[in-house]
Ligand binder design. Structure first.
Ligand SMILES: Nc1ncnc2c1ncn2[C@@H]1O[C@H](COP(=O)(O)OP(=O)(O)OP(=O)(O)O)[C@@H](O)[C@H]1O
Length: 625
């Protein structure tokens, strides 16, 4: 099955605006202030150009000097006085410009960073609320790439590009206003540019919107490769597979390079084309305007044009050129940011689809009656029922072993109880209540789960035992560790419960990790306990020790023990035997041996009576392989 694309999980039309609308609405004040200062900065800068132009005409051509926003009575009448006045005006305007520019930059950066911080936290939260099925089909590295690369792209898009976009648009519009004020007829010539520029930009926008998503996918795939290799470094080393990994990495890195280059090649054509067209129109305006100043209005133009009008006009056009180039480049930037936003929405949308427990009733205390009624389940994207019409009922306090050959569906059966996945058919009940009516939070507080991996987080032993449970006292941590048979070895560690276990708990042995993981499950005093191959990594003596403790732990709790080692479940009140997703036998150890079916065969394998195994069993095992 191919990996689904995060961007395709997004079903919104404009992901960038969708993300910004959701995260940005808490920071509207900052946004408004930033836009306001941007407008002030643009108008201020264009006003200075205008004042230079009219000052030029008044000083050298004795034209009257009028300055917007300044009362005429403030303007001196002598030529020299007017020169000093223009100089003074430009100084004030320049000083205001400096402070306004600093203020607007600060506001835009603050806005960008705050919005992106919200986006990052919300997306992380969505990712961790995903059903397990999401992580079965999406590579962790790809999701991390959405949280890192795509969120960073969004940040750049917001704090830089949005600022420039607003700034440039305001500069362009106010420049156009000043140009029209200076000479509307020449301004009309400039408008010839618009359809040509629009055509160029639409062409690039379409091309780039197709080119960027594959680049981001390639980035995600590269990240996934890195994550997988670094996560399995011990296996890489044990198999001397550095060469193979280098080759795989080189492949994905090359794929990213090629796709990036395709995008870059297209993008870098855009600016020179836009420059060429705007440069050409500038030349036309300069020649028409020049002829106008020298000989009076050419062609169909009317009225007068002075040097002091033409020079600032050309200056505005030159400035517009940079602005137009940037706005054109923005088309590409928008496509880039938009496809990053689509991946972010992909993570968040998938989260929206998680059936949340809106009608779930709170659960105070669970007795531990567990019933499966005709439960059937296939993993998403497959047709094969991994759990096939399974029914059984377990009384509170019962200890139930679940056995079966590898791949029979034992772990899946139990994951359905924890709502890691939802059954396709049938109902699972806890104390008579359909588990889909119990919130996941309550369910996972009522059911303690210890799996084969015994994953520990980087942190202290105490933090790992208390993990996920608020307000746990040190005494409770120690009590749980004692129950799990972990206290003795923890007390012998250099820093006791404050010892750091390292990444994934590497500083502890497999058996020690398992005991800490059992303590973690016990600390919340669950009514139902599940051990999924939880003692598979430990030696026989440790298993005996854990089992001795377990006898006490499980005495008044409903307990499920999934085990390959049948000695682990031999004393269970009942043993369920699964084969190919179906519940084929059920009973105590002695009853099942007497039945002489699948369980008896598995038992013979374990006690070494391989000669006595029936042919069908061997055939089935062979076929399974
Ligand atoms: N996340 C998954 N996505 C798709 N298929 C899966 C997934 N997890 C397990 N399976 C498939 O479901 C079947 C049952 O797996 P499960 O882990 O429940 O078996 P099991 O009896 O616990 O096996 P084992 O004893 O080897 O742990 C297997 O064929 C497995 O390939």
């Amino acid at each position: 099955m191919s990996e689904p694309d995060l961007a395709e999980e997004s079903d919104v039309e404009y992901p960038f605006f969708y993300v910004i609308r959701h995260a940005g609405r808490h920071h509207l004040g900052l946004f408004a202030a930033a836009v306001l200062l941007t407008i002030v900065a643009a108008v201020n800068s264009n006003l200075s150009v205008y004042v230079i132009g009219v000052g030029f005409d008044s000083v050298f051509s004795s034209q009257p000097l009028t300055v917007p926003l300044v009362p005429d009575t403030w303007v001196p009448t002598s030529t020299e006085g007017q020169l000093w006045f223009v100089g003074g005006f430009l100084t004030v305007s320049g000083t205001v410009g400096v402070f306004v520019a600093i203020g607007k930059n600060v506001l835009w950066e603050l806005f960008g960073q705050r919005v992106v911080d919200d986006v990052r936290v919300q997306t992380f939260d969505s990712a961790q609320h995903q059903e397990l099925a999401f992580f079965d089909t999406h590579q962790t590295g790809d999701v991390m790439s959405a949280l890192n690369d795509d969120v960073n792209t969004l940040e750049r898009g917001l704090s830089k590009s949005a600022r420039w976009a607003v700034g440039t648009s305001v500069t362009l519009l106010s420049a156009l206003a000043f140009m029209a004020y200076l000479n509307w007829q020449l301004t009309a010539v400039v408008f010839l540019l618009l359809p040509i520029l629009a055509a160029i930009n639409i062409h690039f926008s379409r091309a780039l919107s197709d080119l960027y998503p594959p680049i981001q996918r390639a980035e995600g795939r590269l990240n996934a490769r890195m994550e997988s290799t670094l996560g399995g470094m011990d296996v890489v080393k044990a198999n001397a597979a550095e060469g193979v990994e280098r080759e795989r990495f080189t492949g994905r890195s090359g794929d990213l390079r090629d796709k990036s280059w395709t995008g870059t090649r297209k993008r870098i054509q855009q600016t020179p084309l836009v420059q060429g067209v705007t440069g050409l129109v500038l030349v036309v305006v300069m020649i028409v305007g020049g002829l106008w100043v020298i000989d009076g209005p050419p062609l169909f133009f009317t009225g007068t044009l002075t040097v002091g009008q033409l020079v600032p006009f050309l200056f505005y056009m030159r400035n517009m050129e940079g602005g137009i180039e940037f706005l054109s480049a923005l088309v590409g930037i928008y496509q880039w940011v938009n496809s990053s936003a689509a991946r972010i929405v992909g993570v968040r949308n998938a989260d929206d689809r998680v059936t949340e427990d809106t009608d779930a009733q709170p659960v105070e205390r669970v007795d531990g009656d567990v019933a499966y009624e005709d439960v059937t389940f296939s993993y998403p994207g497959t047709d094969e029922a991994v759990v096939d019409s399974v029914s059984f009922d377990v009384e509170p306090g019962e200890t139930v072993g679940i056995v079966g050959s590898t791949g029979a569906g034992k772990s899946t059966l139990i994951k359905l109880l924890l709502r890691f996945y939802e059954p396709d058919d049938g109902v699972i009940r806890l104390d008579g209540r359909d588990v889909t009516d119990v919130s996941r939070q309550d369910l996972r507080a009522a059911v303690g789960y210890v799996d084969q991996e015994s994953f520990l987080f980087d942190g202290t032993v105490a933090e790992n035992v208390a993990y996920g449970e608020e307000g746990v006292s040190h005494e409770e941590v120690v009590a749980a560790a004692r129950e799990a048979g972990a206290h003795e070895f923890v007390a012998d560690l250099e820093d006791g419960y404050e010892t750091h276990v390292g990444q994934r708990g590497v500083k502890l042995s497999g058996g020690q990790r398992q005991r800490v993981a059992i303590a973690r499950a016990l600390v919340r005093d669950p009514s139902v306990l599940v051990f999924d191959e939880a003692t598979s990594h430990v030696d026989n003596e440790t298993e005996v020790l854990i089992r001795r403790n377990l006898a006490e732990i499980t005495a008044d709790r409903t307990t499920f023990v999934i085990a390959h080692r049948l000695s682990t479940v031999r004393d269970a009140d009942r043993i369920l035997v699964l084969d190919d997703g179906q519940l084929v036998e059920e009973g105590t150890h002695d009853e099942l041996l007497a039945e002489d079916g699948t369980y008896a065969d598995l038992w013979r394998v374990q006690v070494g009576e391989v000669d006595q195994l029936p042919d069908e069993f061997l055939e089935r095992v062979g076929a399974d392989d």
